[in-house]
Design a protein around this ligand. Structure first.
Ligand SMILES: [Zn+2]
Ligand SMILES: [Zn+2]
Length: 789
């Protein structure tokens, strides 16, 4: 079926983009840095497994699935045989069939059996529910159980549903603490489905891993032993990542048998703006959002249906608006065919959007990343990604929106537009990071005592912990955490095990999306609505009075932060500036003796650190980086106990390599910034999940030192991952800094938007020397052995 307005220019969409590139008069450098031509790949259909009952088969045939793809059959067979499986194949490859076939087969044989489905977002759960409800299978009784479910429906779900769709937060707070009310489900729990499991990383992922262990334990107590099925975006080692989530081996299915449309995937670096200067005379690039708006106008004018992903809702509106304005001149009849996606997460709103794009009422939509999951838009011609969405998995998820139903003759277009920061810039100049083997795997650390402790307390409150349970949660390694809980009278030790010693249940005090410690509530002054929470230790830097706070793409300004009551009052606003806290911090290491030395005066350390930070003010900047002013603040000092990776270089080594002693602070500082900018590519964290510090003389190491630490109490595993991949990571950092065409540092290499020192001092040339010395020193078999690689 050819959709209306199908795009049919024989030059291909790439031609449109080339014309658009040639026309940019302000261009100083070329815009397209790479084009990857992904070939069309036919699908590999296979017969239905013989164990699938005809009624289940017919239900899928009625929906248009005449035959399953090879990976669906391979995974379904493994699940049916009782193995825990992770299906890690491309966007829209039909991963759900892998668990739906065995699960529906089980329900046909035993309608009392149950399936528990977990999604990271409510939107995805709602889509899954809709899809199950439309399946004509007798005995299937699906129901949602999440924060939006009305009370009566919750009762029905508990009493009757055999396919329950929920999320980890609801499982943690609602279902596990009240497990006796869920006895019917837990007794016959046959399958647990963990959808989009790559979303579980960092602190959130560590929490979810422990919630899953609590679920498995209670299921066993009630006499069931569910098979766990994970669906994941493609990643470096999905079996290991899923295995870490559940704490036992998982088999991976990665051979994608679904057809793939031919796609031209373009990497695009916005041109430098002639005559504009940023901080310290740094060159300024066109913003990714502005570039995306222009691109969308050109594509829409050529008749291509285009979806543009932008970081913020405000940015999405700006992008749509600028595309509309450009079209109003070039092709006025098309101007009203472009819109911003402003809706919330309601399925109806997304359906409406899908419909409008599907029938050609709309040709271009600019959206926040919100639309990434659970939207089914057929036959889009192009996707424009304005900036790195956080993980490579998300890049592919967004890219997968283009050409989802394209055929052999029609090529789709994907454009990744770099923002002006080290990571985006590195990606567009190193296509192998995008198109080679995916390198990031979700990092979690369920042994972090700040996260493990609260979940052990929850587990004990659910049912006292026996020695067998302790095995499930990590064995003897967790003894110190248990002892701590006993010492502070959270748990009581008896001959039969560990018992919860307080009234009530601790689950309400544990926020899966936050680190350990307290929380500050972010409250909208106008509506008194709770927008979200931020960890207490991050509050002074994130939501100080005057801070511009982004929430689901909407911008707010903090009116008042009260650390005593734990409330930050915010007001919706769109100021013409961004803010960044200025702070003074120190880091002390407890385990300097565990450092290892390498040739050339280089030492590398990994271990617990204590970060003391005081926010002393904040900077206000224009979107182009221009500094408006600095406002002073008085904030209490606070301490964060976490984990860090650090390296030191002897001063004499730096000097003999040509770094003047006065340049050492700037060289280390620049090397630190660039390293923080690129770690997300290797550890799957956000730039804001980590912090850093550099100093020409550190009291504990006694040498010039660069430190990168986890931003959460106890750490989320990022520093440890950084240590593991240090050679690759710092080599990439060196390439990024050395390869940047700027003279003295810019946002694409060593300037940081979150610098507590306002980007002073920075020495770009010195940073290249520092990074060269360190990478040379650790590119040895000894270092590889030390990190177990
Ligand atoms: Zn630069
Ligand atoms: Zn800095």
């Amino acid at each position: 079926m050819t959709p209306p307005n199908a795009w049919t220019d024989p030059d291909g969409l790439l031609g449109v983009l080339n014309r658009c590139s040639g026309r940019s008069v302000t261009s100083v450098t070329a815009s397209i840095t790479h084009v990857e031509q992904l070939p069309w790949r036919p699908g590999r259909p296979q017969d239905w497994p013989s164990w699938v009952p005809s009624q289940v088969r017919m239900a899928f045939v009625a929906r248009g699935v005449n035959q399953p793809w090879s990976h669906q059959v391979q995974a379904a067979d493994l699940v049916h045989a009782g193995h825990d499986v992770v299906v890690a194949t491309g966007t829209a490859s039909g991963k759900s069939l892998a668990y739906q076939l065995p699960a529906l087969t089980t329900l046909m044989a035993d309608p009392r059996a149950c399936v528990l489905y977990l999604a990271p977002t409510k939107a995805l759960g709602a889509d899954q529910l809709e899809s199950l409800e439309s399946l004509e299978v007798a005995d299937l009784m699906p129901a949602a159980y999440d924060g939006d479910t009305p009370l009566a429906d919750r009762d029905w779900a508990r009493a009757h549903a055999n396919w329950i769709l929920t999320n980890p937060d609801m499982l943690h707070r609602g279902m596990l603490p009240a497990h006796s009310r869920w006895a019917r489900v837990l007794r016959r729990l046959a399958y647990v489905v963990v959808d989009e499991c790559h979303a579980y990383r960092g602190v959130f992922g560590s929490h979810v891993a422990l919630v899953l262990r609590r679920l498995i334990r209670l299921a066993r107590l009630y006499g069931s032993d569910p098979v766990v099925v994970f669906a994941s975006a493609t990643s470096a080692d999905p079996a290991a990542a899923a295995g870490r989530l559940i704490g036992r081996p998982v088999r991976a299915v990665i051979e994608d048998g679904a057809p793939r449309p031919g796609t031209d995937f373009v990497l695009w670096e916005p041109a430098l703006l002639a005559g504009s200067e940023g901080q310290d005379g740094a060159p300024v690039r066109r913003s990714a959002a502005a570039e995306a708006g222009r691109m969308m106008a050109d594509l829409v004018a050529a008749g291509a249906r285009t979806l543009t992903f932008v970081r913020s809702r405000h940015g999405a509106e700006q992008t749509a608006l600028s595309a509309q304005r450009l079209l109003a001149d070039a092709a006025p009849e098309l101007a009203d065919k472009v819109a911003a996606y402003r809706g919330g997460y309601l399925p109806e709103e997304r359906r409406e959007l899908e419909r409008a794009l599907g029938c050609g009422e709309l040709l271009g939509v600019a959206s926040t990343n919100a639309l990434e999951l659970g939207v089914d838009i057929a036959g889009l011609d192009a996707a424009v990604l304005a900036g790195y969405p956080g993980t490579l998995a998300s890049v592919w998820q967004q890219a997968g929106r283009a050409g989802r139903r394209a055929n052999a003759g029609q090529r789709a277009l994907v454009v990744f537009v770099a923002r002006d920061d080290p990571l985006d810039t590195y990606l567009v100049h190193h296509p192998e990071t995008v198109f080679g083997r995916p390198m990031e795997a979700a990092v979690i650390d369920p042994t972090n005592p700040h996260i493990l402790g609260p979940h052990l307390a929850c587990a004990a409150a659910e049912q006292h912990l026996t020695p067998a349970d302790i095995e499930l949660f990590g064995g003897t390694a967790i003894k110190p955490v248990l002892d701590g809980l006993v010492a502070n009278r959270t748990l009581r030790r008896r001959p039969t095990g560990y018992f919860w010693a307080e009234p009530g249940h601790p689950a309400d005090r544990v926020n899966l999306r936050g680190g350990g410690g307290g929380q500050v509530a972010i409250v909208d002054e106008e509506s008194a609505r709770l927008l979200g929470t931020v960890d207490l230790h991050r509050a002074p830097a994130a939501v100080h009075t005057g801070a511009v706070h982004l929430h689901r793409g909407e911008s707010y300004v903090v009116q008042e932060l009260d650390l005593e009551t734990g409330i930050a009052l915010v007001r919706r606003d769109r100021p013409e500036w961004t803010t960044i806290a200025r702070s003074q911090s120190t880091v002390s290491m407890a385990s300097v003796h565990q450092e290892r030395g390498y040739p050339g005066g280089v030492r590398v350390g990994l271990g617990p650190v204590e970060v003391t930070e005081q926010v002393v003010g904040y900077l206000r900047r224009r979107p182009n980086g221009k500094l408006l002013d600095i406002i002073g603040l008085e904030m209490p000092r606070h301490t964060l106990c976490t984990r860090a990776i650090w390296y030191t270089i002897e001063l004499s080594a730096l000097v003999s390599a040509g770094v003047a002693e006065t340049s050492v602070p700037g060289a280390l500082h620049a090397a630190e910034h660039a390293a923080i900018g690129l770690l997300p590519l290797f550890a799957g964290c956000d730039r804001w999940d980590i912090g850093g510090l550099s100093t020409a003389l550190h009291a504990d190491t006694g040498a010039p030192t660069v430190i990168v630490y986890d931003g959460y109490p106890g750490g989320a595993g990022f520093a440890d991952r950084g240590h593991q991949v240090l050679v690759a990571w710092l080599s990439a950092v060196r390439d990024a800094v050395a390869g940047c065409p700027c003279d003295a540092g810019c946002p694409s290499c060593v300037q940081s938007p979150k610098c507590g020192n306002g980007n002073h001092p920075l020495d770009k040339a010195g940073a290249v020397v520092v990074l060269g010395l360190v990478t040379d020193a650790i590119s040895t078999p000894e270092f590889a052995a030390a990190v177990g690689r």
